[in-house]
Design a protein around this ligand. Structure first.
Ligand code: XMP
Length: 508
């Protein structure tokens, strides 16, 4: 599969992901990364085009987002959108003014210099969507003004073709900008030389061919959680390996209610043979009395890797296939190491058996799209994520022993059923139900008891980097509190509606 041509640096705008989605609609793939992650990624990748998104900050704020260092010296065409353009101007000697009297919010009429390549083929006078308080008052030396608001007051675009830098004050990615897509295509094709590469159907073939080259006639196992990544990868690779592929599901004892049945259903849908390895007691022993979430994760990961190796040996596998995505590799600092095979790496498990990473260049939205292409059921393509260490990291304050796992599993099942009944479940990106083992007083029957609390959290997000805490309707909350406190060990239910940041998705 071709490497990613376009980098979108997320400077904090609500529209950043809209840029990615619009580019896909136009036929281009893009990596959307925070400035810190983009910096790491750029060490081993050279994109053909970079877009600095908008953002809600002012360049004068102390901690306002800053793109990767030296981004303006990379000799790669750059388009700054809104805050992105203001940052470029501020950085290169222009003047950004907090002109609130010139702020724009909504549709604006703009006059374009259509001789500028960025605006090739669009109408001179045009409608755009703008949303900003600050604006560029004076463009930096060497830059030309290439668009102004119809009243001439706001500088709407600037460019320095020698330095390959373009800026627009409005949002071309938003549909209200009448010819925004043409502007983006001009930037990608005429200016940056990008080629269309977002063809989900081709992607399936690319991954199959690439894997067949190294693995044809060989045997492999795949760690199978039943999630969208491992299920879709299994469906992609099933025809490549045939009977030589075995999906291995490790039952850690920390799965949710009915999850094993779902896993079996998903393996079936993906067309792979499944082996379930019962390992609850091994995980209990390994995690022991650990309460610290990071240490729980480490112990979990070590045993998980060991069991995969054992299973690979039993099956006589030449490879262990991993469903890690570009984001997973970026998170662990290994982005851009574009080899298909890694026998030793610092991402995952440091296994002795060679590992294959066929999805290493993909993002979650692409995997969901592949799942749709492969006609996998919607329950798979839209499946909510669930952390690898499962319910082990949903028990707070006490070791995650079996009795606690049983309580949180039961509570998660009850809450999920209620949310599904009210058709709320499918509208959240992820449901988190955790057990807080801090005991508080309550009344059960005729007596006082000291018992646990359950925390219910729903988040809505596109990428899990930021998330909105969901407010469930009051009647749904009441039904959940009533249902969950029927458990003899639960006296309270808390609803966590905090956004990320400051809270994370998981309670740990
Ligand atoms: P946070 O809590 O960091 O979670 O906002 C973001 C997403 O990552 C999932 N998550 C994990 N997934 N192993 C995983 O496979 C883990 O250790 C882990 N910790 C968090 C979390 O469920 C959410 O979807």
């Amino acid at each position: 599969m071709k490497s990613i041509q376009i980098l979108i640096v997320d400077m904090g705008s609500q529209y950043t992901l809209v840029i990615g989605r619009t580019l896909r609609e136009l036929g281009y793939r893009a990596a959307v990364l925070s400035p810190g992650k983009a910096e790491g990624w750029l060490k081993s990748n050279k994109p053909k085009a970079i877009i600095l998104s908008g953002g809600s900050a002012s360049v004068y704020e102390k901690n306002s987002p800053k793109p990767p260092k030296n981004i303006l010296k990379m000799d790669v065409p750059i388009l700054g959108i809104c805050y992105g353009m203001q940052w470029i101007s501020h950085k290169t000697g222009g003047l950004v003014a907090p002109h609130h009297e010139r702020k724009e919010y909504g549709e604006a009429i703009v006059k374009f210099d259509t001789k500028n390549t960025l605006f090739h083929g669009i109408k001179h006078k045009n409608i755009v969507w703008a949303s900003h308080g600050d604006s560029v008052e004076k463009v930096p030396a060497g830059f030309k003004i290439t668009a102004r608001s119809a009243d001439g007051k706001v500088i709407e675009a600037m460019s320095n073709t020698v330095r390959k830098i373009w800026g627009v004050q409005f949002h071309p990615e938003v549909t209200h900008t009448k010819e925004g897509k043409k502007i983006l295509v001009n930037f990608l094709e005429r200016i940056s030389g990008c080629e269309k590469d977002w063809q989900p159907a081709d992607m399936v073939d690319d991954i199959r061919n690439e894997t067949a080259k190294v693995a044809s006639g060989k045997k492999a196992i795949i760690g199978f959680s039943g999630g969208v990544d491992s299920t879709t990868l299994s469906a992609v690779l099933a025809p490549v390996f045939g009977k030589n592929l075995l999906a291995v599901c490790i039952d850690t004892g920390a799965l949710r209610r009915n999850e094993l049945e779902e896993i079996k259903f998903n393996a079936d849908a993906a067309g792979v043979n499944l082996k379930v390895v019962k390992a609850a007691s091994r995980f209990q022993k390994a995690i022991g009395r650990q309460t610290h979430s990071e240490l729980k994760r480490k112990k979990f990961k070590k045993l998980y890797g060991r069991i995969l190796e054992e299973e690979a040996k039993k099956f006589g596998a030449d490879f262990i296939v991993q469903g890690s995505l570009a984001t997973d590799l970026i998170e662990s600092g290994s982005a851009g190491k574009a080899d298909l095979i890694k026998s030793h790496h610092n991402v995952g498990l440091n296994l002795k058996v060679k590992e294959l990473y066929p999805f290493r260049n993909l993002f979650k939205y692409e995997v969901r799209e592949l799942a749709r292409q492969l006609k996998l059921p919607r329950s798979i393509s839209q499946r909510q994520p669930f952390p690898g260490p499962g319910l082990f990291i949903r028990i707070i304050g006490e070791p995650p022993k079996k009795d606690k796992l049983d309580i949180v599993r039961w509570a998660d099942g009850e809450v999920s059923d209620i949310l599904k009944k009210h058709k709320v479940y499918e509208n959240v990106s992820q449901l988190i139900v955790a057990l807080d083992c801090q005991r508080t007083v309550g009344i059960k029957g005729d007596g006082r008891v000291y018992a646990y609390s359950v925390i219910v959290r729903g988040v809505r997000t596109l990428d899990f980097m930021t998330a909105e805490g969901v407010q469930f309707p009051s009647e749904v909350r009441r039904e959940i509190s009533t249902a969950v406190t029927k458990h003899p060990k639960i006296v309270r239910v808390f609803f966590d509606e905090t956004n990320k940041p400051p809270a994370t998705t998981e309670m740990e």
